[in-house]
Design a protein around this ligand. Structure first.
Ligand SMILES: Cc1ncc(COP(=O)(O)O)c(C=O)c1O
Length: 360
């Protein structure tokens, strides 16, 4: 019988705290589609300020934040966007920029650290002389931290260089900042500096910060005015949305300061997992709250099988490919949860997970 659950599937699985629930219950609200919800306005202003941008717009999800941003930068069908082949926008967002916006994705290989080579980005920018045949490049997208590379951080120097490249060619730069606060804390760089080169950033409140719902897109006032129209078009305008924004404000005020602890716990988990026979973690690549753990062939178990076995111990994680598991730390995972997870994983490995023996 499972007596304790440690949920390491994602940082999106957090439950609203008592403080968030109390803030939701007492939130001052009004019709936000008409532009009158004071709590939404407060949250948007706070996030815009911390990101060093003129304005913000609350949206229901990170996916919609990215979609609104890309569509707003690329209002003409047949525009082209340069983005990583393992970016969230390209892999996990249903190809929305193409199906809804008629926007063509030009992918560049994501390196192991989440970057794309600058020379490859520049080479991918279309020559306007051939506009008869070519789509028109309008936007470059980065992702920081980069989820598929295990939450690795793009440095401010790299981001600035991509920004310079974009400017030189008259392009815009969007950052999928679903976990931009994780990157900022890990790099020791203020978020506003980290995204200084970007024309827009989609900031998730519902990932590392632990809010139940929502993201804020930030950018210039004129960009946000246009983004607001796009949000309405996509059905993302919500009426008394201050109820959700109130919880997000608490998450922002209380949880940014906890991210450093999350990163330490992720590092500890990585180090301990790497010492378990049959498992391998590249500890140096664990920069934020995501840990990718490889299963060695000799362990004779797949990621899916191992996750099922771990679930028998109450340890929840997701397989990521045939021989890889992803563990994600968030503010509701304590030091003791990490220790408990490590001991269960050790026992699961020692007892022969391939045989499905998870009795304990
Ligand atoms: C890097 C990144 N961008 C965007 C998103 C999309 O966010 P949402 O699930 O709120 O649509 C996610 C979701 O996990 C993500 O990891």
């Amino acid at each position: 019988m499972v007596t304790r659950t440690v949920d390491l599937r994602s940082d999106t699985v957090t439950k609203p705290t008592e403080g968030m629930r109390a803030a939701m219950a007492s939130a001052e609200v009004d019709d936000d589609v008409l532009g009158y919800d004071p709590t939404a306005q407060h949250l948007e202003a706070e996030i815009a300020a911390v990101m060093g941008k003129e304005a913000g717009l609350y949206v229901p999800s990170g996916t919609m934040g990215n979609l609104i941003s890309v569509l707003t930068h690329c209002p003409i069908r047949g525009s082209e966007v340069i983005l990583g082949d393992y970016s969230h926008i390209h892999i996990y967002e249903n190809g929305g920029i193409s199906t809804i916006g008629g926007i063509h994705p030009r992918t560049i290989r994501n390196n192991d650290d989440g970057t794309m080579d600058l020379d490859l980005i520049e080479a991918a920018i279309r020559d306007l002389k051939f506009e008869l045949c070519f789509p028109t490049t309008r936007l470059i997208c980065l992702e920081n931290s980069h989820a598929h590379s295990g939450g690795r951080c793009l440095s401010v120097e790299y981001t600035d260089k991509v920004g310079e490249l974009a400017k030189k060619h008259g392009l815009k730069l969007h950052i999928d900042g679903a976990r931009i606060f994780n990157a900022s804390i890990a790099l020791g760089v203020p978020p506003s500096r980290l995204v200084q080169a970007a024309d827009s950033v989609s900031v998730c409140l519902s990932k590392g910060l632990g809010a139940p719902v929502g993201s804020v897109v930030v950018g210039s006032k004129s960009f946000i005015d246009r983004a607001k129209i796009m949000r309405k078009t996509l059905g993302g305008g919500m009426r008394q949305v201050g109820i959700l924004c109130a919880a997000a404000l608490v998450a922002f005020q209380e949880n940014v300061g906890k991210l450093e602890g999350d990163h330490k716990r992720a590092k500890l988990l990585a180090e301990k997992l790497d010492k378990i026979s049959g498992l391998k973690v590249d500890v140096a690549t664990v920069e934020t709250n995501i840990v990718y753990c490889d299963i060695l062939e000799e362990a004779n178990v797949t990621g899916l099988e191992f996750c099922k076995t771990l679930a028998g111990f109450g340890i929840l994680a997701f397989p990521e490919g045939r021989l890889r598991i992803r563990f994600v730390i968030h503010h509701q995972i304590s030091d003791s949860d990490v220790q408990y997870a490590i001991s269960c994983i050790q026992r699961a490995m020692a007892r022969g997970v391939a045989n499905g023996d998870c009795s304990h």
